[in-house]
Design a protein around this ligand. Structure first.
Ligand code: GDP
Length: 138
């Protein structure tokens, strides 16, 4: 069944000029881009997006990183999109990411790890709604 997930190309990956390579890999792996925008988040907007991590020790550092420069945000669609995109991203820590995954190719460390992807249907619904209105998702 077709499913949608939210992808973010993080500031480290955008500033390294690797956004196009990531998009190419996504399309080659069967993901359709339903909506896409490039935006520079404020610290408050990054905090709102990562609100579930509010109590984690890396929350301040993570949200500072996510607001240091522009990101590319996309809604991706394919059968089993949420799990398949998590698989394509690779482990959170690039040291543990399998060869050929996005994080193995483009991440620097556990925080500056190039890409974000929703981890469940509930997260995907919240995250897609955080960035895109219904009109942008037709
Ligand atoms: P994800 O679902 O693989 O993105 O991982 P999480 O939801 O656990 O964490 C969200 C994001 O926080 C990660 O993608 C990293 O950018 C960052 N992060 C996760 N764990 C750590 C950590 O131990 N230290 C730091 N500095 N950042 C982390």
């Amino acid at each position: 069944m077709k499913e949608r997930t939210l992808s973010i190309i993080k500031p480290d990956c955008v500033s390294a000029h690797n956004a196009g390579k990531v998009i190419d890999i996504l399309e080659s792996n069967g993901f359709s881009i339903i909506a896409m925008k490039k935006i520079h988040l404020t610290k408050k907007q990054a905090e709102g997006f990562y609100i579930v991590h509010k109590e984690r020790p890396f929350y301040d550092s993570l949200t500072t990183f996510m607001s240091e420069g522009p990101v590319v945000v996309m809604v991706l669609e394919k059968d089993n999109a949420i799990a398949d995109y998590r698989e394509l991203m690779g482990a959170t820590n690039p040291k543990d990411a399998k060869e050929g995954t996005l994080r193995e190719q483009f991440a620097t460390d556990i925080e500056r790890n190039a890409v974000h992807g929703s981890d469940s249907k509930e997260s995907a619904d919240f995250e897609i709604g955080y960035f895109f209105s219904a009109l942008e998702l037709v």
